[in-house]
Ligand binder design. Sequence first.
Ligand SMILES: C[C@](O)(C(=O)O)[C@H](CC(=O)O)C(=O)O
Length: 305
Amino acid sequence: MGSTVHERTSAATKLRNLIATPGKIILAPGVYDGFSARIALGVGFDAIYMTGAGTSASRIGHADLGIANLNDMREHAEMIANLDSAVPLIADADTGYGGPIMVTRTVQQYARSGVAALHIEDQVQTKRCGHLQGKQLVPAPDFLIRIRAAVAARHAVSSGIVIIARTDALQSFGYDEAISRLRMALEAGADVAFLEGITSKEEARRAVKDLAPWPVLLNMVEHGVTPNISVHEAQEMGFRVVIFPFAGLAPAYKAMKEVYTRLKVEGVTGAETLMTPKQLFEVSGLKDDLEIDAAAGGTAFSGGV
Ligand SMILES: C[C@](O)(C(=O)O)[C@H](CC(=O)O)C(=O)O
């Protein structure tokens, strides 16, 4: 037998405890790849959020139109969740990627990959970002089947993974239908409600009240259909989780576009704003990796890098 093993609280349990803390709001910035996740982890948050839109953009180079599949999403989520397993990862799981059998695989695979929470919605398979027009939905009973499958799958693997039920019904079916779908999902065992595409602050407040005592998540997509709501305001409204999916992707686009354009036009990147290779690698865990190597007696980097 080797040395004693101390099991750490899983990220899912940690997130559950945070959600259960009265008055607490969990702020999760959107991350879309390993580098953005490292930067957010370095800043330090209670949790981080893997945006499906950002994953589609960065991993497969496509828009958020249901093109990234379970394998794309799960693999990406596993990499991000395990950069720092002490910080819970909330990950987009779109529609669950198929019928109840696929939803089961999705929940089980996300749970085994170390993901702390996932959201499953009621759009059709050929889904689109919740802030685009023309969304099509599955009937409420089909959404319920997805949620039931997700809850059963969580039990089957004895995982604490937090199941977030998302409805996109607001756009085409209106507020009452959206709230009724979320209530149904919560009664079926989902842990958190996610009303997608909230259109006003009044609606945001009302949703939290109408869904109480269940915890509600706010999706703060800037320049989408939701007005800007700060973390402080969201907390005061009673939301328990707030995600900012594009917090990393939108500024990254702007910065990269600027530098690539300068390079093309002026033949230089504007190097004064850039970092040394070593500084860049430090963002991505250089120090920890060197320590692992040294602790195991490795000598490859003993002379420094
Ligand atoms: C939350 C979301 O699912 C995401 O992928 O981050 C998107 C964000 C977006 O594309 O606006 C959504 O709201 O559908």
